[in-house]
Write a protein that binds this ligand. Structure first.
Ligand SMILES: NC(=O)c1ccc[n+]([C@@H]2O[C@H](COP(=O)([O-])OP(=O)(O)OC[C@H]3O[C@@H](n4cnc5c(N)ncnc54)[C@H](O)[C@@H]3O)[C@@H](O)[C@H]2O)c1
Length: 252
């Protein structure tokens, strides 16, 4: 799919994977709208071709307004990349007692329901655009995690939310096929982003040592490259792609 003279919406666009993707899309000529929480945007750098839009992915009205901004940019909204997410960890039963239900609900609310909210509302706007010469109107890329498959100790909430994103991918592609909208999901392994900032250097090294090849953590730019490859490749649809250097995570 062509990116020049189109608009793109990237959630979580102020940091990490979303920021790298927003920059890469802008470099390819898209008019990029990076949706993020106000606090995230306040700390984000200025990037040529990227306009920040403050919204919470879990809030239907805020997302509707952000989508309208992207869709009203004078060029058709064609690309959506869902990167907003959080990754706290807590054991189901641990020293601090039973897993906090509010935390479980919050992770699912942001990572899964937020992704669905943006996907649904953005698809409505994309469906209203003129199709290209191949009958295509747009592509939506979601972000799961390899924790959807190999969730570690303490990742019950996170893995549940990401498993939901994997499960959403095929029915979303099927639902939206009639509008010429493709849906794919990327399941990254461990990527060097601010989400990993709290992890000690020692733990980071041990994480990298567990990756068969390349024996290092992934880079946000590698995620962006895959997101753009999905956008470019018209026959990729309804699939979740692992990007993990063959890493299969152990229980801890
Ligand atoms: N970094 C990794 O190793 C890794 C691995 C697998 C999957 N992921 C997934 O990739 C995505 C991006 O992660 P990252 O590492 O770039 O994290 P990050 O913390 O650098 O960026 C996430 C962004 O999402 C935003 N955000 C959080 N809640 C939001 C909300 N309710 N509404 C709008 N924006 C919100 C944050 O403000 C932040 O800017 C997440 O879904 C994460 O689960 C990351």
């Amino acid at each position: 799919m062509q990116l020049e003279n189109t608009a793109a919406l990237v959630t979580g666009g102020a940091s990490g994977l979303g920021a790298a993707t927003a920059k890469a899309l802008a470099e390819r000529g898209a008019k990029v709208f990076a949706l993020d929480l106000k606090d995230g945007i306040d700390q984000a750098p200025e990037v040529a071709g990227v306009t920040y839009v403050a919204a919470d992915v879990t809030d239907p009205e805020q997302v509707r307004t952000a989508v309208a901004t992207a869709a009203g940019a004078g060029v058709p909204l064609r690309t959506v990349v869902n990167c907003a997410g959080i990754g706290p960890s807590m054991r189901i039963l641990g020293k601090k007692g039973v897993h906090d239900l509010g935390l479980y609900a919050k992770v699912v609310q942001i990572n899964l329901i937020g992704t669905f909210n943006v996907l649904a509302l953005a698809s409505e706007a994309i469906a209203e655009t003129e199709a290209d010469e191949n009958g295509q109107r747009g592509v939506i890329v979601n972000t799961a995690s390899i924790a959807a498959y190999d969730g570690q100790i303490g990742q019950a909430a996170y893995s549940s939310s990401k498993g939901g994103v994997v499960g959403l991918t095929l029915p979303a592609a099927r639902d939206l096929a009639q509008y010429g909208i493709r849906v794919c999901t990327i399941a990254p392994g461990i990527v060097e982003t601010p989400m990993l900032a709290t992890v000690s250097e020692e733990f980071r090294t041990s994480l990298a040592a567990g990756v068969p090849f390349p024996r290092r953590l992934a880079l946000p730019e590698e995620y962006a490259k895959l997101a753009l490859a999905i956008v470019d490749h018209d026959y990729l649809n309804g699939e979740t792609i692992r990007m993990d250097g063959a890493l299969r995570m152990a229980p801890r």
